[in-house]
Design a protein around this ligand. Structure first.
Ligand code: AMP
Length: 282
């Protein structure tokens, strides 16, 4: 696996690959890799000739500067994990390579409704930051395919919208959420949970499963409230539980029985913010 830090080297590598008319795939990450990330790499390697992974902890997408500072840095371990996969190239740019003119006055992207709900509402500045880094990375890598995880469902929808603004086609492949044996969605943030918090954390998955099992046509409000209560009793500080149209993320309070639905949760355990989601009728 080749490791590149400078944009010019990466652009040169990609130009040479494209001259061979190969299919390129891209897996952007913020590092502290786990099996969720490795699954994206494997899917990418199965579909593409060239698999490019990036590790970049993007400062502009953290609405909480303390969260940015505490983001786990495990580059040595990540490189070891990646070298056992079929990744061809790892791009690890410094902040100055992604934002050569600094991080203020960056471009703003119109995300419409998607930008202002759920994660957009509770993490102001998060999706503008995601949009800036994704647009920059995609313009550098210009992949044929982009691989992202359903774990960040709203982010996938945001990125799908961003892809329509690019001057070249990129196909988004959304891969299922990889979970720990007890159901907790794998996340780099799980490393920050204390043993007590880690023991409580699978309640998010159990709560999503309970919504799925109890979902019937008609009013969905009680399911949302039950879920919030369960999580609060289990030691979580809940930001949201939402049941929404899986295609638009518009809240669904009265379900027809046919619209594809998704339940989404964001909640804190101590200082660690966890998110998860589950498709309810697919
Ligand atoms: P991150 O490093 O957290 O920014 O995540 C990089 C990519 O990995 C994103 O597309 C995430 O949605 C995806 N990802 C993170 N955790 C998981 C997981 N448990 N299962 C599947 N994909 C994941």
């Amino acid at each position: 696996m080749i490791i590149i830090h400078q944009t010019s080297f990466l652009i040169d590598y990609i130009r040479k690959q494209k001259a061979k008319r190969v299919i390129t795939g891209f897996v952007p990450t913020m590092g502290a890799l786990h099996e969720g990330h490795i699954n994206l790499i494997n899917k990418c390697a199965a579909l593409c000739h060239v698999t490019i992974c990036s590790i970049f902890v993007n400062p502009t997408q953290f609405n909480d500067p303390a969260d940015y500072k505490k983001y786990p840095d495990r580059l040595e371990n990540d490189m070891r994990l990646l070298s056992a996969t079929k990744a061809d190239l790892l791009f690890v740019p410094p902040v100055s390579a992604i934002y050569p003119n600094g991080t203020t006055d960056l471009e703003q992207y119109d995300l419409g409704y998607l930008g202002n709900i759920l994660e957009g509402k509770f993490r102001p500045g998060h999706f503008p930051g995601v949009s800036q880094v994704m647009t920059r990375l995609l313009n550098i890598v210009t992949p044929d395919y982009l691989f992202m995880g359903q774990k960040d469902y709203q982010q996938c929808m945001v990125v799908k919208k961003l892809l329509t603004y690019l001057p070249f086609p990129v196909k988004l492949v959304t891969c299922p959420t990889v979970r720990e044996p007890d159901g907790l969605a794998m996340s780099s943030r799980n490393l920050r949970l204390s043993p007590d918090e880690r023991a409580k954390a699978p309640l998010i998955y159990q709560t999503l499963l309970a919504i799925k099992e109890k979902m019937h046509p008609g009013n969905t409000g009680h399911l949302k409230h039950e879920a919030m209560e369960t999580l609060a009793k289990g030691g979580f500080k809940v930001e949201y539980v939402e049941i929404a149209d899986a295609g638009s993320l518009q809240p669904v309070s009265d379900w027809s029985g046919t619209t594809p639905l998704i339940a989404l949760v964001a909640a804190f355990l101590g200082e660690v913010r966890l998110i998860d989601n589950m498709l309810l009728n697919s």
